[in-house]
Design a binder for this molecule. Structure first.
Ligand SMILES: [Zn+2]
Length: 477
């Protein structure tokens, strides 16, 4: 059958209109929906990274001021679950205590307006060597997990413990939490670090996702607080423990916040808010808070909260406000200096770990201000207590060398050195543990100890450390 020409034209026109309509429709549906933004419920202005459930008590008055009076968004990460601590009120210990401490932390933080709380579930490791804590934790896993949380919370400011050995509680977990915080600060914005976290998810609403769909994030300012005895807190406030050899590390190194001021929203002092926050930690030192609240005496909570500026990628003054210079729109990735070969020469004596680690770490992570805080290594000893001081006899020449070590100790100290001479091959360092015991009497005060290295009777280097001798903490050393 043949169509008549008029009918054929009519059919072709109808097809053309259909095709045109289909094209229009196809063009309209070719526009993709808008990209989703990072989940705003988890955005933090300040991310606090600490080791144990109750570490934040020392700065809780300041955190309450930020969260409840300045309406800043705060998130807190606890790296361990506190399973190594004691229990002041119950039989629960170890993993059971860890579970209870996490709940204490949730309640304590809720009391000051903080709901976003994360736990990395590492083991609490009571000791004073940061490298032991990092080794006992799964360092790489913790770093990846913290980088993930920085990319989720997108903090402008990171607040953590001081990465430096101090005379004080000097808990190595505290230092280790700050080491991973500083590492994550520098890694979260780097698209080559933990790249699986920032590759787009392939099927967001389905079950075939391969990667995490986060975005890189560069935090802007890094601040520290410390458990050094010289920065007073509800736990310690004895002026005798302050080193006479140098400036107080808490003075002029960062902003300070008065705890005697009244919170406009809570109608009580920040000191009282801090004492109240501590009452949630009954397995720990919660009783200090309970006693203060009962007696309405918040004197020991009234010491100002002192922060130490670690670094800023957006400028601002050292003692200015934490948010000075912060750009709400975010900042581009800021690469750090990184590790470089040290290029040393000759035969010499050096301090060993953890002090050596820190001098390399601060340099690599652009924490240049840290070296001046405690220019000579410090530690503490109870009367008569044995101390191990790690040294390195180093030979950076191309000939083998014999290095002799001798100790110059204050009255009453005893040198327990096993060897005097160390054979050090060309290009190597010999790790030496110098063993001494502290004087068993005398005033509570600071002493100086010096080890000198000689080669063929000539001095080639020395290491001095300063030790507070007196009634000190119980942390295993
Ligand atoms: Zn702690």
């Amino acid at each position: 059958m043949k169509l008549r020409p008029v009918l054929l034209r009519g059919c072709l026109s109808a097809i053309a209109i259909l095709l045109f309509t289909f094209r229009l429709f196809a063009q309209e549906s070719s526009t993709a929906p808008e990209q989703l933004r990072p989940d705003a419920r988890f955005k933090a202005d300040v991310l606090v990274v600490v080791a144990h459930e109750d570490d934040e008590v020392m700065i809780a008055g300041y955190l309450a001021k930020l969260a409840q009076d300045e309406h800043k968004r705060i998130a807190v990460v606890y790296v361990t679950n506190g399973d190594g601590g004691g229990n002041a009120v119950g039989n629960e210990a170890g993993a059971a205590l860890g579970q209870e401490r996490q709940m204490e932390a949730r309640r304590a933080l809720a009391s000051i307006g903080i709901e976003n709380v994360w736990f990395l579930n590492q083991h609490d490791t009571p000791n004073q060597n940061v490298l032991f804590s990092l080794g006992h934790w799964d360092h790489g896993h913790v770093l990846g997990a913290l980088v993930r949380l920085m990319r989720i919370t997108r903090p402008d400011v990171v607040l953590t413990w001081l990465p430096d050995p101090v005379s004080g509680e000097n808990h190595a977990d505290h230092q280790a939490s700050s080491v991973v915080a500083a590492e994550a600060f520098d890694a979260a914005g780097d698209a080559t670090k933990f790249a699986e976290q920032i590759s787009p998810a392939k099927n967001r609403t389905g079950m075939s996702n391969l990667t995490e769909g986060l975005l890189p994030w560069q935090p802007q300012k890094l601040y520290f607080f410390t458990d050094a005895y010289e920065v007073f807190t509800p736990y310690w406030y004895d002026a005798k423990k302050q080193s006479p050899f140098r400036k107080n590390l808490g003075e002029g190194t960062g902003p300070s916040f008065a705890m005697t001021e009244t919170s406009p929203s809570r109608h009580m002092s920040y000191a009282q808010i801090e004492a109240d926050e501590q009452t949630y930690y009954m397995t720990q030192e919660g009783q200090l808070g309970v006693d203060a609240v009962k007696a309405k005496n918040f004197k020991t909570f009234e010491f100002p909260v002192k922060l130490i500026l670690g670094k800023s990628v957006v400028g601002g003054s050292v003692t200015g406000d934490v948010f000075e210079g912060v750009r709400t729109e975010g900042v581009p990735f800021k690469p750090v200096h990184g590790y470089a070969a040290e290029g040393k020469r000759g035969v010499t004596l050096e301090i060993g770990d953890p002090w050596r680690f820190y001098s390399l770490f601060w340099n690599a992570h652009d924490l240049d201000r840290m070296a001046a805080l405690i220019p000579v290594p410090e530690m503490e000893a109870d009367y008569g207590e044995w101390l191990n001081v790690e040294l390195r006899a180093c030979n950076y020449t191309d000939h083998d060398a014999a290095i002799d070590l001798s100790a110059e100790l204050p009255t009453g100290w005893v040198d327990h050195a096993q060897y005097k001479r160390y054979p050090v091959r060309a290009g190597e360092c010999y790790p030496v543990t110098a063993m001494v015991s502290a004087r068993s009497s005398g005033d509570e005060k600071w002493d100086e100890l010096t080890w000198t290295a000689t080669q063929d009777g000539h001095s080639v280097g020395s290491v001095t450390v300063r030790v507070f001798v007196g009634k000190v903490g119980s942390m295993p050393r």
